[in-house]
Design a protein. Structure first.
Length: 342
């Protein structure tokens, strides 16, 4: 039997942990920042255990889809009812609920961003009335905390150094017969800069696969540390697009505080930050915003009470702040010249 890489072993261990939680909980939530592996872990758990239930359904990337289409897939998976394109799925939502109650069902809801989606899908079932199970992954604990017990919340952790190294190497040197020493050395720098974030490791590894020019590797590392586009695609930069989703969904005051923390306050104690940041408003408002950023997996508290932010989120924030600042100083002429005047 082939030896599994450490990150694969860790993934299976986490999947088994979630399955054991579901024995005592009707709903389990995976919570963490974008790119940390919530979807990957959800898929692994579903793949390993869905056959142990009478019915099962994996609802991928819910936040980006029309909820009616998601309902149709759930209805088809659980109730074997396939609707015509224009048929109203809402007429059958009670069937979903009845199936959840009468059968053993596993439903995985990937990347949900509003509680109403769960209500529409009829997935918030009383645990005493069913043996069915629901696994949800999201970035924002606030939308789930009224429906999921704290004991059923799983905070996604970053990869440890050896796991991160194996994941990056498996992508970057997938087809390599021999790896030069200078690429091994800069690989360690890239792995460190990725900070244990699986998406960063995979994006950089795939991009650099088959490239032996040291300068390109150095350039990729420089772009990563600056929170800038790595692959050169302005419209489809998977890493930064993924990380920006949580930031883009914040209101302006929360965005401003996130950028200020990224630029100036990483490593500050919460109490020190609040004293420095207070501008005459109710101090409790600062705590509320900080808690919101924490629930959205944008910041964390270290064990000593200091503000912590993942390196990629920090670098993304600094890059956004730089662009915002520069845009204020770009001179825009009030009169545009016609082509024949130039």
């Amino acid at each position: 039997m082939p030896h599994l890489p450490r990150y694969q072993v860790a993934l299976e261990d986490k999947a088994n942990h979630i399955y054991s939680l579901l024995q005592n909980e009707s709903i389990v939530a995976l919570v963490g920042m974008g790119g940390i592996g919530k979807t990957t872990l959800s898929k692994k758990m579903y793949h390993l255990f869905h056959n142990q239930y009478e019915k099962s359904s994996f609802l991928e990337n819910v936040k980006s889809k029309d909820i009616k289409d998601v309902k149709k897939k759930l209805l088809q998976d659980l109730c074997d009812r396939e609707l015509h394109k224009d048929e109203d799925v809402d007429k059958y939502v009670d069937e979903i609920k009845q199936c959840m109650i009468s059968k053993t069902v596993l439903v995985v809801v990937d990347d949900v961003d509003i509680t109403k989606n769960l209500e529409d899908l009829q997935l918030l079932i009383d645990k005493d009335a069913t043996k069915s199970k629901v696994l949800i992954n999201c970035r924002n604990w606030q939308i789930l905390k009224n429906h999921v017990r704290e004991s059923a919340k799983v905070n996604m952790a970053l990869l440890e150094e050896e796991q991160a190294s194996e994941l990056f190497m498996s992508h970057a040197f997938k087809h390599a017969d021999h790896v030069t020493n200078y690429l091994k050395i800069i690989s360690m720098d890239i792995i460190t800069a990725c900070g244990g974030l699986p998406l960063s490791l995979e994006v950089l590894g795939c991009y650099l696969c088959g490239i032996n020019h040291l300068e390109i590797w150095k350039g990729a590392l420089h772009q990563l540390k600056g929170g800038r586009n790595i692959t050169g695609r302005s419209d489809n930069e998977m890493l930064w697009n993924t990380l920006r989703i949580s930031y883009d969904h914040l209101i302006k005051t929360h965005q401003d505080m996130f950028l200020d923390i990224a630029c100036f306050f990483v490593g500050f104690k919460k109490s020190t930050f609040c004293r420095m940041y207070w501008n005459g408003d109710d101090p409790s408002n600062l705590t509320l915003i900080l808690q919101n950023l924490k629930d959205r997996s944008l910041i964390k508290w270290a064990k000593d009470g200091r503000l912590y932010m993942h390196e990629q989120l920090r670098d993304m924030g600094r890059n956004i702040a730089t662009k915002v600042t520069m845009s204020r100083f770009i001179w825009k002429p009030k009169i545009s010249l016609q082509k024949n005047q130039v």
